[in-house]
Design a protein around this ligand. Structure first.
Ligand code: GLU
Length: 511
């Protein structure tokens, strides 16, 4: 497979919402396959449902794919070499193909009104105990006169595909087929999926507004774009027999189909907004790094065959194969994504991390829009402290605000817990004296000062460390105390210790 540069694959999102992590997983698998084989990866925007598609969602798709580094290889001439293909710009093509199916007798005009179809469905649901059978084929059997009559009435027809009335439709599924439906279940032996034609209704291929349905547009494009593999989410599997019938009616060879395992939430229900964000750009905005997201999604339903999890883009490309795609549903586990993101955050060097983190600090109003060199260097030092502990970049303002504000925001619970103790005002006053003498004022010397004072007062260092942390940061948790003191610098630490002594005295009076 590695040298099969004839591989041509695509992702075909519909711009009806922000790009979903599930569709992004599909994009990643296809992209990895193309890059592994030296083949081509195509992006096709499926925007033929004019009622639901929006240009801003199309923008979001492009933005999200670019953010993840999923570059596509082709597009229509007019848009330059990098497309993407957009179906609403190809409507003429689908109309011509629908017409050719009319001519070959594989499709027919349907004049049924939406009201009649709704009535029919209601009746079927009543008779079939809640299950509609689909279109009753009324118009399939119209005589030439009846058709002329409808046309004279000026009814805009749809075009329906005439599904064979008997027989079965089979297709090879390179993933799901390994466990399939027709009874033959041995992996690698039978990869066939079989559907009774009688269970399929005569689906619409061209709507009365002249726009194609998903089925027609998808098949025409997959053929014209010479797709070798169609790897898509499992929810599309019920469409595939219809597509196979369309390929046969056109006299075309279908591509290999592979339906990817479902993506579920941790409760094993289909991933939805209930589980948290589903849009890729929402994860970007929360401060997940593109490669963490990429790596995490690549492992949703695919594994390299060993126990590697953290993998570079090149390693993923190298290891990717269709055989590594599983059949079982995969779980979108945010704690794993957090872990992976933390890993990638820690592996950034200081300059890169500052670059990633700055927008979050600017947005929170903690630093100005364009910090100069010296300030940036200081910010880098603060961020380095937080880098060890953050899981997502959006936690950074909360973790580092004590540094940027003139005075920390004192958390009342932290004050109550640590600053109201009897020994605290005098201990912090003594500590300030020791800090004043510390030369240089660095982590080692501040640690020596704190431990020295604890010895002298015959208390555990922790009994001093906690109030000191509350004094300089306002909170009970945060980056390492001594490094924090060093980065804050002597002046600010002394000021905050004094402030804390006042606060402590005040709260003791209140008590
Ligand atoms: N437009 C469909 C989607 O939004 C594409 C399905 C397919 O890949 O054929 O996922």
């Amino acid at each position: 497979m590695a040298s099969d540069n004839t591989v041509r694959v695509r992702v075909a999102p519909s711009p009806t919402g922000l790009l979903h992590v599930g569709v992004t997983r599909t994009a990643i698998f296809n992209w990895l396959l193309a890059r592994h084989c030296g083949g081509r990866f195509i992006l096709r925007i499926e925007d033929t449902d004019q009622t639901r598609c929006r240009p801003e969602y199309q923008q979001n798709i492009l933005e999200a794919l670019r953010w993840l580094g999923l570059d596509w290889d082709e597009g229509p001439e007019a848009d330059g070499p990098h497309g993407p293909y957009v179906q609403s710009q190809r409507v003429q093509l689908y109309r011509e193909h629908a017409r050719s199916l009319l001519e070959s007798g594989h499709a027919y005009y349907c004049y049924c009104s939406p009201e009649r179809l709704a009535d029919m469905r209601r009746r079927q649901e009543q008779e079939q105990r809640g299950e509609a059978l689909g279109y009753d084929r009324l118009c399939r059997h119209l005589s030439a006169e009846e058709r002329a009559q409808k046309e004279a009435e000026g009814i805009a027809p749809t075009i329906r595909f005439a599904v064979p009335l008997s027989g079965t439709t089979d297709f090879r599924d390179i993933i799901v087929g390994r466990m399939m439906v027709d009874g033959t279940t041995v992996e690698g032996v039978a990869r066939h999926t079989s559907f009774e034609n009688a269970s399929l209704d005569d689906f619409v291929i061209l709507k009365s507004d002249g726009f194609p349905t998903y089925h027609l547009a998808s098949v025409v494009d997959d053929h014209l774009m010479a797709m070798t593999h169609v790897l898509r989410a499992q929810e599309w599997i019920s469409s595939t027999p219809r597509h196979v019938l369309l390929y046969a009616a056109f006299g075309w060879e279908p591509p290999a189909f592979g339906h990817l395992p479902m993506v579920l939430g941790t409760d094993r229900a289909k991933l939805s907004k209930r589980h948290g964000a589903t849009a890729v750009t929402a994860y970007r905005d929360q401060g997940y790094l593109p490669h963490a997201m990429f790596n995490f999604l690549a492992l949703l339903g695919w594994a390299p065959g060993d126990d590697r999890e953290v993998m570079t883009r090149d390693e993923l490309i190298e290891a990717f194969s269709i055989d590594g795609i599983g059949k079982a549903p995969s779980i979108f586990d945010i704690t794993k994504l957090d872990w992976m993101n933390g890993h990638y955050i820690r592996s950034c060097d200081r300059e890169r991390f500052t670059e990633l983190a700055l927008p979050y600090l600017i947005e929170a109003g903690l630093v100005g829009a364009d910090p100069g060199c010296a300030e940036r260097d200081q910010i880098g030092r603060v961020l380095a402290l937080a880098q060890e502990r953050v899981k997502v970049l959006s936690e950074l303002p909360r973790l580092t605000e004590f540094f940027f504000r003139a005075e920390p925001k004192y958390d009342p619970a932290a004050v109550k817990k640590w600053l109201t103790k009897d020994y605290v005002p005098s201990a912090l006053t003594d500590l300030a004296t020791r800090f004043e003498a510390a030369q240089p004022f660095d982590a080692a010397n501040t640690e020596r000062a704190v431990r020295g004072l604890a010895d002298q007062l015959e208390m555990k260092p922790a009994a001093l460390i906690h109030p000191t942390r509350v004094a300089v940061t306002g909170r009970t948790t945060g980056p390492g105390l001594f490094e924090t003191l060093e980065v804050l610098g002597k002046e600010r630490c002394l000021k905050r210790l004094r402030k804390a002594v006042a606060l402590a005295a005040e709260s003791q009076n209140i008590e």
